[in-house]
Design a binder for this molecule. Structure first.
Ligand code: SAM
Length: 277
């Protein structure tokens, strides 16, 4: 079964519900888009998949049909009864929790590797992706639907205007790519913004040896003053000589550096702190 415009409308009416804008409730109602998301997510029989924000189950049902065990984390308690009804008999566990505050360590004990497949609530998409990438190495492969600007920023390469803090911090953990566009017509209700599909594959071994916290601090300082040269924006952390010794031009700006260069700067900063101690 796939949820369509009429199943969704009928289910909402029967339960006396209206989509909540505050919770970013735009439900997928296009069976071919739903199947495309499951395919691009690489979901196979036996996989453990976590879905953040299952809503009425548009994706959840397709994920379970592909043979996955699905953990569905939904904040809205009013959606839980219709969701339970629609996924009845499928391998789906529903947690009525806020994904931002859930005890993820406890929730993910069933497997060492999980896929994330989700049509993410727009208001928490970036912090959710960045926090979970940093905290949960078990989440090895991601396919998320997000607002176009958010997705392009997560996957941006150095040198572009949209390359920023989320781009570097995502690249620290894995490889992000925009793998598809999603027209507004596949949702009920239709959002005013465009969406994209982003795939993130976590690196098996870190490509950057420096500690994430240190990289993050430098990246935030650099992009906090993105129009300034690094010798100015990073002056609280590194001298021009140290920046140069890390193989980076002190006259560069934050948006010119790839994650490896940020890593070298973070190592230079550690070495300096240790030397001073
Ligand atoms: N997956 C469904 C679909 O594609 O039709 C619904 C997607 S809708 C864009 C986002 C869903 O995330 C809604 O069901 C909303 O209630 C839920 N949500 C919003 N904030 C959340 C949070 N912090 N934790 C868990 N779920 C959340």
């Amino acid at each position: 079964m796939r949820l369509t415009r009429s199943t969704i409308t009928e289910t909402l009416e029967r339960h006396g519900l209206e989509p909540s804008r505050a919770l970013g409730q735009n439900f997928l109602c296009d069976p071919s888009m739903i199947d495309k998301i499951v395919r691009l997510g690489g979901v196979e029989a036996g996989d453990h998949v976590v879905e953040i924000g299952p809503g009425l189950g548009s994706l959840t049902i397709a994920l379970a049909d592909a043979g996955a065990s699905v953990l569905a984390v939904e904040i809205d308690r009013y959606l839980v009864p219709p969701l339970r009804e629609l996924v009845d008999g499928l391998d789906v566990e529903i947690l009525n929790e806020d994904a931002m505050t859930l005890d993820w360590d406890a929730a993910l004990t069933a497997s060492d590797t999980w896929r994330v497949v989700a049509n993410l609530p727009y208001n928490v998409a970036t912090p959710l992706v960045l926090d979970l990438l940093a905290a949960q190495p078990r989440l090895t492969s991601w396919l998320v639907m997000v607002q176009r600007e958010v997705g392009e920023r997560l996957a941006a390469e150095p040198g572009s205007k949209i390359y920023g803090i989320p781009s570097v911090l995502t690249a620290y953990w894995g490889r992000a790519r925009v793998v598809g566009a999603v027209p507004a017509q596949v949702f009920l209700p239709q959002p005013k913004v465009e969406s994209v599909l982003v795939r993130i594959d976590r690196h098996e071994t870190p490509r950057v040896e420096a500690d994430f916290g240190r990289v993050s601090a430098l990246v935030r300082a650099g992009f906090g003053q993105r129009r300034k040269m690094l010798r100015r924006s990073l002056s609280a952390y590194l001298s021009s000589e140290q920046i140069e010794a890390a193989g980076v031009a002190p006259t560069d700006r934050a948006e010119q550096l790839d994650v490896e260069a940020w890593g070298r700067l973070a190592v230079a900063h550690i070495t300096e702190s240790d030397g001073a101690a």
